[in-house]
Ligand binder design. Structure first.
Ligand SMILES: Cc1cc2nc3c(=O)[nH]c(=O)nc-3n(C[C@H](O)[C@H](O)[C@H](O)COP(=O)(O)OP(=O)(O)OC[C@H]3O[C@@H](n4cnc5c(N)ncnc54)[C@H](O)[C@@H]3O)c2cc1C
Length: 446
């Protein structure tokens, strides 16, 4: 096997597969290798059971700024452009339209929704509509049934509701990345151990041998920061692993019901969703946990977590700033109880699921074991706080892509951004016209 490639991508989740697809189809780059340590693509956070399967557009995410919403919309639309070329059962298993809304409970939240809608949301998202109790009763009856009549509720209903199996999407992108005349290789079960600089590019050492890449992108989730640090690109960042679990109930919601999200809190509040892989249920979550691992359900990643975590004063000061933030502290305290056997279910019902579906009973809920993932939160040691949004580090012919924002929805957007950078660095051509025709406009700033 020829071991030299123009580009090596480390990590076969949605981020790595979206980059592979974009580089292969829309640049003149001739050879790309994707290395994935597990025996299949998208086994971790991108898998359908790990995340909430929402295609985020920035219309119902009440903590977003206008700029963040515009960028989120542009990235999400690329998924729709790509989906247009899928057909039949494959398409249905990857993406499905679904009703989607954000629910406000109590006068303060309802007023907040109305204010956001009138100030700028309706201009960017003309299909978004404000719903009162009456319309809600018709559209999503179980958010009204059984609720105290005096409680004020309202919602923003999106016309951009989609559930996406990001794991299958990643696999499909990888499949479609194989084009005639190019060398596109994917090696599974290939764990990258280290990457060392060479005169041009890097030598990448794996358990399956050595490979040479003119450019390397780490699309390895939390491990991207691990590699950045081991290669001397520590820019004062540390990871705080935030885990998330789900509870299942019988199907009680027609669509996705998000809750109003406070600004400054990077992890989404508990919401209710259908599951694209299990039509008969409603999933509530994610909860918030603080596991001591880089990958959920992989305690062997504890040692590497400790290597990424800086045991210094700025880190501890940052952590204490984060944990003593009134809102985050209360979320963590509440969520610690949800993890307890039996009492956890009662509390989760009272504080979260029951606020969305008041008629839900504790017996309707059960813990969805083996689901959920990790949302790596990046601590900026200089600012002594959390870095909100996407996190990427750039070096010489290398990118460390730690966490896309708002998650898998922006993977194709991130793939475009990095494809432009990589093709420029390697003196290759970015096929902009072809890209815009098939994947949507590229904004002037890129
Ligand atoms: C509870 C929860 C809910 C979420 N809900 C949503 C949602 O509704 N919508 C949304 O858009 N996003 C959501 N997200 C976020 C989204 O799931 C992630 O942002 C996205 O899956 C990250 O993709 P990734 O490819 O960067 O990382 P991953 O999917 O984690 O992939 C990283 C890959 O790198 C590989 N890797 C790591 N180290 C190595 C190595 N040394 N050698 C080779 N390979 C390596 C791993 O095996 C893995 O396959 C959610 C996340 C969570 C946890």
């Amino acid at each position: 096997m020829q071991k030299r490639y123009d580009v090596i991508i480390v990590g076969g989740g949605i981020t790595g597969c979206a980059l592979l697809y974009t580089l292969s189809r829309y640049t003149s780059i001739k050879s790309i290798l994707l290395l994935e340590k597990y025996d299949a693509l998208a086994m971790l956070n991108s898998s359908a059971s790990s995340n909430s399967q929402t295609l985020h557009f920035g219309d119902i995410e009440t903590n977003y700024t206008k700029e963040h919403s515009l960028k989120t919309k542009e990235d999400a639309e690329r998924v729709l452009y790509y989906a247009r070329r899928l057909h039949g059962d494959a398409k249905r298993r990857i993406i499905m339209p679904v009703q989607k809304m954000v629910l406000g409970v109590g006068s303060e939240e309802v007023e907040g929704l109305e204010k956001g809608y009138h100030s700028w949301l309706k201009n960017i998202f003309p299909g978004l509509s404000l719903l009162g109790k009456k319309e809600l009763e018709r559209i999503e009856p179980n958010v009204v049934n059984g609720r105290d009549k005096r409680e004020e509720i309202g919602a923003l209903l999106s016309d951009k509701g989609y559930m996406v199996n990001f794991g299958l999407l990643a696999k499909q992108l990888a499949k479609d990345a194989r084009v005639r005349g190019k060398k596109i290789d994917i090696i599974l079960g290939a764990r990258v151990i280290e990457a060392t600089p060479r005169v041009s590019g890097y030598k990448v050492l794996t358990n399956k041998g050595e490979f040479y890449g003119g450019f390397v992108e780490f699309a390895s989730g939390s491990y991207s920061l691990y590699f950045a640090k081991s290669m001397g690109y520590d820019k004062g960042l540390t990871i705080l692993s935030i885990g998330g679990n789900f509870f299942y109930s019988k199907k009680v919601l027609r669509g996705k019901v998000y809750r109003v999200q406070k600004g400054g809190i990077p992890f989404a509040a508990v919401h209710g969703d259908p599951d694209i892989t299990r039509p008969g249920i409603t999933r509530f979550g994610p909860t918030v946990t603080v596991p001591l691992e880089l990958e959920k359900g992989h305690p062997e990643t504890f040692t590497d977590y400790m290597k990424v975590f800086d045991f210094n004063e700025p880190t501890f000061e940052s952590i204490s700033n984060i944990l003593f933030n009134k809102d985050i502290e209360s979320i963590l305290r509440r969520n610690a109880v949800y993890a307890l056997p039996e009492i956890g279910r009662y509390e989760f019902l009272k504080m979260e699921a029951g606020v969305i579906v008041p008629s839900l009973k504790v017996g309707d809920l059960h813990f969805a074991s083996g689901t959920g993932g990790i949302r790596p939160q990046i601590i900026d040691e200089k600012k002594r706080n959390l870095l909100l949004g996407a996190s990427k580090l750039y070096g010489d012919n290398v990118v460390f892509n730690i966490t896309p924002s708002p998650g898998a929805s922006s993977a194709l957007g991130s793939g475009l951004e990095d494809s432009i950078l990589i093709s420029k660095t390697l003196g290759a051509e970015m096929l902009r016209e072809k890209y815009e025709k098939e994947m949507g406009p590229i904004s002037k700033s890129k």
